[in-house]
Write a protein that binds this ligand. Structure first.
Ligand code: HPA
Length: 270
């Protein structure tokens, strides 16, 4: 594992002529932000030694590195989802690699279903905390002592200073920004209405199929995380219509301007 991480990290660093400071993971429909990266260097996942390929519709599968809001970023356009069949080690390999490269801040984004009835599709939600309902943990197995402890603390999984910064940026720019708890399920099915009620009763505000594995590994390595969910739909059973992936992609499309403003504002002040 360590060799795999090192090989990929060395390959990526050799392709770049700078050291990235901030990692960005762009969720379903939110990859457009990568198009605003200046002097960009694009590296397909398939070219990185040891990397699997992402298969989900609505994702391109590459790193885009360069300058965004004056910061040196390494963005991921497309990620590896557990429901695609990848192991948790594969899902979180990019985090290990970016951490190995010396990146200590991660802005991670996703599309999520609204569980909180006060939310609306198109809302942006800062992730204050998460609930892992995936039934698996990426740190299961031998601990990589080089990176972090056997039993990592998760009491501030989402960095308080970054949350505060994002809230300040949203206020300054007049953006509506929700804050809540993200529950992660394995997918690929959307939830049943009973599962959504159960998630709500457990304190979840949004539900999705990603992010939590990456955030766990980032915490293990001491990487500071800012998490942003785009509420693309109300979770199952809240409205009377069935859920459909095209709705998710369309609504992610609509929120793009606010999403870009928020992330660029955060990067500017980070
Ligand atoms: N459930 C799970 N994942 C999702 C949803 C949802 O309703 N919307 C977007 N990703």
């Amino acid at each position: 594992m360590l060799e795999k991480i090192n090989n990929a990290a060395n390959y990526l660093q050799n392709r770049l002529d700078f050291k990235p400071e901030v990692a960005l993971i762009l969720g379903s429909g939110l990859g457009v932000l990568a198009e605003e990266i200046e002097n960009s260097i694009k590296i397909n996942y398939e070219d990185v030694p040891g990397f699997p390929l992402s298969t989900v519709e609505g994702h391109v599968n590459r790193f885009v590195a360069g300058l965004l809001s004056g910061k040196k970023v390494l963005a991921m356009q497309g990620r590896f989802h557990y429901y695609e069949g990848y192991s948790m080690q594969e899902v979180t390999l990019p985090i290990r690699v970016m951490g190995e490269m010396g990146i200590d801040k991660l802005i991670i984004t996703n599309a999520a279903g609204g569980v909180n009835r006060l939310f609306d599709p198109g809302d942006l939600m800062l992730i204050a905390d998460h609930i892992n309902l995936m039934g698996v943990n990426p740190l299961r197995g031998a601990n990589l002592d080089k990176y972090g402890p056997r039993f990592p603390d998760m009491s501030s999984a989402y960095n308080k200073d970054l949350i505060e910064l994002a809230e300040t940026v949203a206020k300054e720019k007049g953006l509506l920004l929700r804050k809540g708890v993200y529950a992660a399920v394995s997918g690929p099915t959307y939830e049943t209405p009973a599962e959504v009620r159960s998630a709500r009763n457990s304190g979840a505000d949004a539900v999705g199929m990603s992010t939590v594995p990456e955030v766990i590994v980032a915490n293990h390595m001491g990487i500071d995380v800012l998490g942003i969910s785009c509420i693309t739909n109300m979770a199952a059973g809240i409205l009377s219509q069935p859920l459909d992936h095209s709705e998710v992609v369309e609504n992610a499309e609509q929120v793009k301007p606010e999403f870009k403003k928020l992330v660029k504002g955060v990067l500017h002040n980070i």
